[in-house]
Design a protein around this ligand. Structure first.
Ligand code: SF4
Ligand code: SF4
Length: 368
């Protein structure tokens, strides 16, 4: 978490910068305007701190146009973390009751139903079938998007872990809190977090596995930074599968396969090699890299409330990412995030196939 005392000097420096990072900001790409850029956001906060300009409705909108993708940070020599600064200001805006009205239903849904979609809580996991096994006992934290909207991810993960002999427990999880933390609703997020920590710590499991990088980051980092301690190690499925790479088979997969790095897995959690190594094992060849990859990967457009508040701009960013995959002649984009999968698949048309990592690895089971 950012030290609030450092914010005034950081936004001052950023607002005087020649904007070295602007060209990688996906919201600059989407709006083609200087306001929705790292520099533009810093300038708004700097002017507010100095008292030369108050943050008006348009300024609040600009702060909520940030994807918190952290791409600007990779280009910033003084290492100013605009995503953290924006998130901190959003938290204050929520306390002031000045957040965008478009977020109200999201928050109400999570508080009442424990998922952002307003779906019934018991429909979250009542369809997931696991069978007891003798192997290592692991909890699979599915996350809301996979449980309700990207069920293929859950189905293929369960099938895969089951085939590897793991004893899978599906916990009575609530939303991890990521959409609330990223948009500034800390109190509501921590209510979800406390439930999850209590449930996960009551389970007799050796490890907690997630397929959603948003859940992964929150369970592994944010809970701890808010004093909530999980007793078991948390791993993203890509890391977990990498430790079992000898047990994975190779499938018959035609064409060029590229990999889209999810921001929360890559830039935020520094996991770049594990998914690539798993893809290489399963396809039998190296990933064909897009020009922008690893810490220079473009965001898919589906983060930090963007698709909810500005759906057309979010889709334009997702569409551009698909174009970048087509530029290297890819026939398939593999990612490791239900949000990225959802966005990229919605923009891919018939020209390119989009799969999440467990779906790709499950293809090895079909060949058996
Ligand atoms: S985030 Fe860093 S590189 Fe980008 S405008 Fe601000 S100071 Fe410059
Ligand atoms: S975090 Fe991403 S969307 Fe936000 S200012 Fe930086 S590059 Fe732009």
């Amino acid at each position: 978490m950012i030290d609030p005392e450092k914010i005034p000097s950081q936004v001052r420096m950023c607002s005087a910068c020649p904007k070295m990072c602007r060209h990688v900001c996906p919201t600059f790409f989407a709006w083609r305007s200087d306001s929705p850029t790292p520099h533009g956001r810093a300038l708004l906060i700097h002017q507010e701190i100095k008292g030369t300009r108050q943050l008006d409705e348009r300024g609040i909108e600009v702060l909520y146009q940030c994807l918190e993708c952290a791409h600007c940070l990779t280009w910033c020599l003084p290492e100013i973390d605009i995503a953290e600064i924006v998130e901190h200001r959003r938290t204050e805006l929520v306390k002031e009751g000045r957040h965008p009205a478009g977020l109200t239903s999201l928050v109400a849904n999570v508080v009442e139903h424990h998922n952002p979609f307003g779906e019934a809580h018991n429909a979250r996991s009542d369809w997931i079938e696991v069978s007891p096994k003798k192997g290592k006992r692991i909890a699979y934290f599915t996350g809301c998007t996979s449980a309700y909207r990207e069920k293929e991810i859950v189905e293929s993960t369960v099938k895969l872990l089951d085939s590897l002999g793991f004893d899978i427990v599906i916990p009575d999880e609530w939303c991890c809190g990521s959409p609330l933390l990223r948009t500034g609703f800390i109190d509501e997020a921590l209510e979800q977090a406390r439930h999850n920590v209590e449930v996960l710590n009551s389970l007799d499991v050796e490890e907690i596995v997630t397929t959603c990088p948003g859940c992964y980051r929150v369970l592994k980092q944010d809970y701890a930074s808010h004093g909530l301690k999980l007793n078991s190690q948390v791993s993203h499925l890509s890391e977990f599968l990498e430790t079992k790479i000898k047990d994975l088979k190779t499938a018959r997969i035609e064409g060029k396969v590229t990999y889209h790095d999810p921001c929360h897995l890559g830039r935020h959690m520094d996991v770049y090699d594990a998914p690539r190594n798993v893809i290489q094992k399963v396809t039998g060849r190296k990933v064909v890299e897009m020009e922008r990859h690893a810490d220079n990967a473009m965001c898919c457009g589906n983060g930090a409330g963007m698709r909810l508040l500005f759906p057309e701009k979010a889709k334009a960013i997702g569409n551009e990412r698909i174009r970048q995959a087509m530029d290297v002649g890819a026939d398939m984009v593999v990612t490791a995030c239900p949000f990225c999968r959802n966005m990229l698949a919605s923009q891919s048309g018939d020209e390119i196939r989009v799969l999440d990592l467990p779906e790709l690895v499950s293809l090895t089971l079909e060949d058996e």
